[in-house]
Design a protein around this ligand. Sequence first.
Ligand code: ADP
Ligand code: ZN
Ligand code: ZN
Length: 741
Amino acid sequence: MSESAPTCVTVAVNRPLPRLYSYLPDLPARPDLTGRRVLVDFAGSREVAVVTGLGPPPAGAKLKTAQILDPQPLFGPDLQHLLSCASDYYHYALGQCYYTALPALLREGKAASYAQIPGLELTPVQDPKKISAIKSQEQLQILAILARGAVRRLELRERGISAASENALLKKGLVRKLDLHRDGVPWQSLTGPLTRESGPELNLWQSQAVRSVTACNGYGCFLLQGVTGSGKTEVYLRIIEETLRRGLCALVLVPEIALTPQTFERFYRRFNVPIASLHSALSDRERLDAYLDMQSGRAGILIGTRSALFTPLPNLGLIVIDEEHDSSFKQGDGLRYHAREMCLWRARYCNCPVVLGSATPALESLYRVKQGLYTPLELPKRATGASLPGAELIDLKQEPFTDGLYCGIGQSLERRIGEETAQGNQVVLFLNRRGYARHLICHGCAQILSCPNCDNPLTVHRAEGLLKCHICEYRRPLPARCPGCGSLQLLESGFGTEQVERFVRLRYPDAGVVRIDRDTVKDRRDLEESLKSVRQGRSLILLGTQMLAKGHDFPGVTLVGILDVDGSLISDDFRAQESCAQLITQVAGRAGRASRPGTVLLQSHHPEHPLLQQLLNPKAGYPQVAETLLRARLRLNLPPYSCQAYVLCNAPRREDAFLALRELRAGLYARFASNHRLYIGPTLPDKMEKRQNRYHYHLLLSAPARTELDELLAAAQESCLRQGTRSSVRFALEVDPQENC
Ligand code: ADP
Ligand code: ZN
Ligand code: ZN
């Protein structure tokens, strides 16, 4: 070995520090140490860090030892590239980016290896008498699935099968448990066909979309635009199939809320290739298993929520992002990344296509189509031939002042709900606000009862007898008297889903009512239970928040009422109109998929609003609204026509947060004021200044081009690091914010 040969490793630690550190590895320094975790002494503690490269020892320094934890790299060249892009773009320390990318157990230094994977298989000798005695559909479904081979119990759970059915079969001796972790071979070496079933014959538009993507040799980004039910998922399935055929694996990102048993069922039923999944309903162990399944090449498809994009994916051949406009693809703390951006970097490096799908693409994505950066693909019609619901705008000003109006249901909507339910049809009522009343005002002293930790009014939850803060987890019993003046006269103001539920139950005693929001539905199983009665197709009023707008289809629904359009339409956030148009279009798209077309009723006090007019005009709709909104953004020089970022600062004391951020601003101003293309906003409190007992301030930065914003941000990051040592003050940078502070 020559003298200049590298003997030490450079290591990225999980700290907001701009530099890397050198250590002596406890194994010979070879290039394949890069991307492995190490255990190092850093600033007096033992921590997990990641090797980013090799180097000669720095002169004069006495190096500490790094204990190599992994027998092989966890971070291959593509992930190393991805994380360094993320670190540069989001101005977030590289070591912290690496840390973000690790599953919880690996952050703790646990071995990157399987423990046990609980599985089920058929017992070798089956008793036909016992089988024919089975009445439960679910038990029969399990037997049918297992007839094709052993499966993980997780797969059964994801397909919506209850543990009770599994246990019943175990008791009957028809199935038995086994540990599946030893049978790990790369999926490419499995024999048999890739798919179990072929799926419907594609229509012209679908075939064209599939052809365009599969003909793409290397990197390319496609925007697949199609209304709900136009067959986007079918397109994904075909493209994935083709990807697998080439021996490459696929990553599918979906919003958490859309990962329903139906989604999983479709993938599991279609593919013969092992599928891994990553979402919030998994334990840390299951998350690590999914990570290892992909890393080892055991699984060929990964379906997951935004953080799944950090998984090692050898031979990555395709990335799909479904509902690409969804706000859940943006991470709100730590490394504040957008999954769409990250996927593009990864795909570019891996030289593979990305497919973004949506009925209501983000303005950002439509703009990139205009720039020629994305290829547009369109599915103009519903695949099943069902027509889209017609929409009507109701002027609330013209409606009589009825009881229903107090909880957002005007007389016209009230009458239509009655007509539809009387005919045995289903109705969806959408309101994006849970709880009974928005807040409680004291009639005696005019105090609004607020959260002690935040500036937020407490929401009334009557059924539970609680006041809850929807920002932190604070809750207290519903008081009989005002805590300030003792008055018994407490006025409820503003309505939420719980109040609407009470009204419709009283008003339509014969219709079933199902409410779906975070208070009635705690997890996916609850949701499945609630949706069962909907699928049985009986007369029903289905009432809920966001959860209703995404991922579920309600073919029996003939009427959709959107209760509070104005609340989401009128806002000081320039993105509010975009999300409002997306939401209305998405909710409307859930209805009337079968032979019965549906109607959407939008109630507004401002029916003349141009956005509503355009959205409901059959010749215009979302695409035209998006055009209009983009033109307005151009005129006002707002994203995507400019680049924005926030410097965020918070502290337990108001003046600490304000002064620290003002000082940082002064530094930026001194350095960049001469460049008139840059905008450095004033130091302002957030809309909700006090949250969880800390005061929040922000600074808006804006620049016409990314490179200029980057210069500003680099300077901001530097001062954050310098000031960040002041213990109580916390800084963060938010690049491409998706919400106003
Ligand atoms: P999306 O993802 O756009 O909501 P899906 O792929 O879920 O649409 O398709 C909607 C429904 O139409 C599904 O039940 C699907 O099986 C069916 N479907 C999709 N493509 C076709 C086709 N080419 N012919 C017949 N039915 C189809
Ligand atoms: Zn009072
Ligand atoms: Zn609170």
